[in-house]
Write a protein that binds this ligand. Sequence first.
Ligand code: COA
Length: 573
Amino acid sequence: MEKKDLIIRIAGQGGEGVISIGDFIAAACARAGQEVTTYKTFPAEIKGGYAMYQVRTSLDRIFNPGDAFDVLCAFNGEAFTKNQHLLVPGTAVVYDYPGGDFEPEIPPGVYPYPIPMSRMAGELKASRSKNMVALGALSHLFNINEETLIEVLSKKFRSKGQEVLEFNLTAFTKGKALAQELVKNDPWRMADPVAPKDVIILSGNSAIGLGAVLGGLQFFSAYPITPATEIAKFVAKHIPKVSGVLIQAEDEIASISQILGASYGGKRAMTATSGPGLALMSEMLGMATMSETPVLVVDVQRGGPATGLPTKHEQSDLFLAVHGSHGDAPRIVLSVEDVNDCIHMTIDALNLAERYQCPVILLSDGSLAFSTQTVAAPDLDTIPIIDRKRWDGEGEFNRYVITPDGISPMADPGTPGAMHVATGLEHGPSGAPNQSAANHEAMHAKRFGKLKTVVDVFKPVEVDGAGEADMGIIAWGSTIGVVREAVARLRDEGFRVKGFYPKLIHPMPVSQYEDFAKTCRSILVPEVNYQGQLSYLIRAETTLSPISFTICGGSPFTPIQIMHKVKEIVSCP
Ligand code: COA
């Protein structure tokens, strides 16, 4: 397959401004009309530890941050050493030399560009500006549009004061001049700017916040936790524009309790957390199921259990999301693939919660949380808003009346003639406690039964490819974007492969899994957790016997890893 993209990895120490220059490059590329996908990883410490930012850009559609880089920019010896094994012939490396903390051995066939970043920042008496020296050099060497870079970095640093802006602009220019002294031999350069498309560039977390505000959210309560906090930060800034309210609660139990209260009061309500927070919320999730109260809980998964790997990527809360409950407590679980999904599936999730009067858990993950991608600007005139079924004032109001579709009308507290009881006790149709065997069974059947139509209402899966295949790959969450590319590249090499991408995780769309499996000789389920959690659920609920392929080192899969695994199993075409 001809390479049409460019991947730049910037690596250094937390506090050196690695993340900032990655963001500047991503924003500049988006303004230059390119597709952008990024991946960043940083330490749990505020200063120190390894930080990395990978930017992939292309004029064509891209689904993930790519396998490995074409260009490495190493801020220090640790960053160089950690990436040395990826410096294969043909790659380029820009590194802090002379005057940095290391003297690298450049592998044969690699294009070296020594730039004295620390020394120049020292000469400018502005150690913070080391990253801008690097950015100036990168801009010149790899054709990153200087005009747009200056625009985005000026916007950022102007807010920090004129002096900060000036030393950074000087550092940028000096970095460019240092690069101009070098001879460029490598083939890597960004495509020239094209007409900008009607796109926005957003992180997964900001996109969930945007989806929430566009989706009619009226009340948000959360307790900060990495990597979910930016959702609350986005919502805090924008929810006043739609007359909504945000509260930072004292902990996760309080935040879910508050959204249940708000929803009982008739408002669209949500919270956002990560695994440890979701664990704390499990009692109130049971309450939401029992009281049939619509709420949305976003779980941005991170490495666990306990504090685990708080800033790293993992897909290991699936069991908790689907079954983490006391009693039999059905809920809807969705998972997002990319930033576009983060916008639109947050809207869907709010609608599903209202429609089915139940908790909905939307799973994102650490990689997507901070990944920035270009997405089409949402069309504000076509946002679907589905409200809960409301009592029409006719006849007697019974909050939990058994209906053919299992969904009973709700009434806001204070509605004349409607006593809206929300109770954790098992109850009869009126809401009054009823612990008879027959009633408990009937109410379980109601709460589970109403979710049977979710698969018809929400497009639950996407199948990538037609006809018979030797290998079918089932992927969920942000792993989907990696598998999409692996499937395309394997097909180019002549392999018969297909993809199956469920966005509705639970209730499981069983017949769709089985129909897909009928067309594949074997099924592979790659996921970033130790136990192979989706594989396990598939075995439990369908007749499939998938091959589980798991990694859990704190990073997402790359397309090449998936391709190697498929080639291990399926013989060459
Ligand atoms: N001149 C002036 N300011 C600069 C600069 C420059 N040349 N380059 C960067 N900065 C500023 C950035 O604007 C940013 O300030 P802001 O927060 O006001 O936007 C700040 O310095 C940090 O720079 P940034 O590039 O964003 O990050 P970094 O690459 O230096 O890495 C962190 C540092 C912030 C990512 C990282 O160490 C961190 O926060 N880790 C997370 C810890 C965590 O979440 N722990 C959770 C445990 S549960």
